[in-house]
Design a protein around this ligand. Structure first.
Ligand SMILES: Cc1cc2nc3c(=O)[nH]c(=O)nc-3n(C[C@H](O)[C@H](O)[C@H](O)COP(=O)(O)OP(=O)(O)OC[C@H]3O[C@@H](n4cnc5c(N)ncnc54)[C@H](O)[C@@H]3O)c2cc1C
Length: 363
């Protein structure tokens, strides 16, 4: 990871603005900033090696593909985990138009993400008994927490300014960000506010997109709202029902109100004057109108997690070695195992969970 090289001029202007507002600016996004009780701002970090963005397969998978104990089947879709009694024995999957079975000599490791992992567990008989019986799925183990506790970072696409000239996105288009508190009494930041060199808007606020506009978007990174993933049917090709439940907890709306106020202060700060010919959104508006705009502008930061959480209570699904409770030979390594969504973005922590599993299993 390294800070974006050659950022758009908007990004350093954003950092000057937050500094004017009393926030500390850090050289790097990770380390001291993440430990800081008050938060702060930085140029964001990207995964680049020798001038090229690195994705996860390039970083982790391709280097081991030559090994005789690695087989990669692209386009294969697992439809169910198979069990001998309460011990996972393999998976059933669709590949090239037909159904196949892969038996395991050791363990099944599920890594299908916070939306598909609970779906697969449910299809395989691991979940709330009543929910499974509704779809005539035999219960392997009653685990009421499967699919519950869905968490995400909501982000509001409703902070928009017009520049006098074109704003050309560089690198990843969101090159500076600020961690801040919505309430001074909090022990650490709950807002993550992004400077975006493009109109970052929801379906409902997209009508405001026009020439030469750019955004500041507040995200909530310690949300109280919880959603769920449930089956729509017992057909593995059907998408699950996703109840995002964003902002269902009033405290999240209250925090994002503060986020929008801070967003306005940054965008209208003198440090941003070269890029601020006009404030398009939110503008000055009453609290009720602001709440409506937040609800219209809210989107997922694509950080769905926590639907098969680690723990020891009745609603937890895996133990501290990532083993699924109550069954043998089955572990999970993906965002679903987080008990609470991380305050920062999710990709690096999820890679760390997989690295940890590698350690646990002695790889
Ligand atoms: C548009 C977008 C932008 C993002 N930007 C960032 C960012 O800037 N920084 C950051 O930290 N995070 C970012 N994230 C979030 C991050 O990518 C995710 O949190 C992370 O990839 C989740 O990892 P995971 O292993 O839990 O699941 P995934 O990455 O979703 O991996 C699950 C894998 O399982 C496969 N799969 C699912 N079901 C089956 C099945 N039945 N059979 C076979 N295979 C299956 C899927 O195809 C997928 O490859 C972004 C996400 C999105 C969507």
């Amino acid at each position: 990871m390294q800070p974006s090289v050659d950022p758009n001029p908007l990004a350093p202007a954003f950092l000057r603005a937050v500094s004017n507002l009393g926030f500390q600016v850090f050289d790097q996004q990770n380390g001291a900033l993440q430990e800081s009780e008050k938060g702060g701002a930085s140029i964001v970090e990207v995964r680049i090696r020798n001038g090229r963005r690195l994705n996860s397969p390039e970083a982790f998978l391709y280097p081991v593909l030559h090994q005789s104990n690695v087989t990669l089947l692209t386009g294969a879709q697992v439809s169910k985990i198979l069990f001998d009694g309460k011990t996972a024995s393999g998976v059933e999957f669709e590949w090239l138009g037909s159904t196949h079975v892969a038996k395991v000599a050791s363990e099944v490791i599920l890594a299908s993400g916070a939306i598909q992992t609970p779906k697969l567990l449910l299809l395989s008989g691991l979940g709330d008994r009543d929910h499974l019986e509704k779809f005539d799925i035999g219960v392997v183990n009653h685990l009421p927490g499967v699919g519950q506790n869905l968490q995400d970072h909501p982000i509001v696409g409703a902070g928009l300014w017009r520049s006098s000239g074109p704003v050309v996105p560089h690198n990843n288009a969101a090159e500076a960000s600020l961690f801040a508190k919505s309430d001074e009494t909090l022990d650490r930041p709950d807002l993550h506010i992004f400077n975006v060199e493009a109109p970052y808007l929801s379906e409902r606020t997209f009508a405001y997109a026009s020439e030469n506009v750019w955004s500041i978007s507040p995200g909530l990174v310690r949300p109280f709202s919880r959603g769920s993933i449930q089956l729509k049917s017992r057909n593995a090709n059907d998408a699950p029902v996703i109840n995002a439940n964003m902002l269902i907890d009033e405290r999240d709306l209250i925090a994002l109100r503060k986020g929008m106020e801070l967003t306005r202060s940054i965008g209208n700060d003198s440090a941003m004057k070269d890029f601020n010919m006009e404030e398009v959104l939110p503008g000055r508006r009453g609290s009720r109108e602001l709440d409506d705009l937040i609800r219209d502008g809210v989107m997922s930061m694509h950080h769905a997690t926590c639907t098969a959480k680690m723990g020891t209570d009745d609603m937890s699904v895996v133990d501290s070695s990532l083993r699924v409770h109550g069954v043998g030979n089955l572990r999970i390594t993906d965002g679903s195992v987080m008990p609470t969504v991380t305050t920062g973005n999710t990709q690096a922590p999820i890679m760390m969970i997989a690295e940890k599993l590698g350690d646990i299993m002695g790889f």
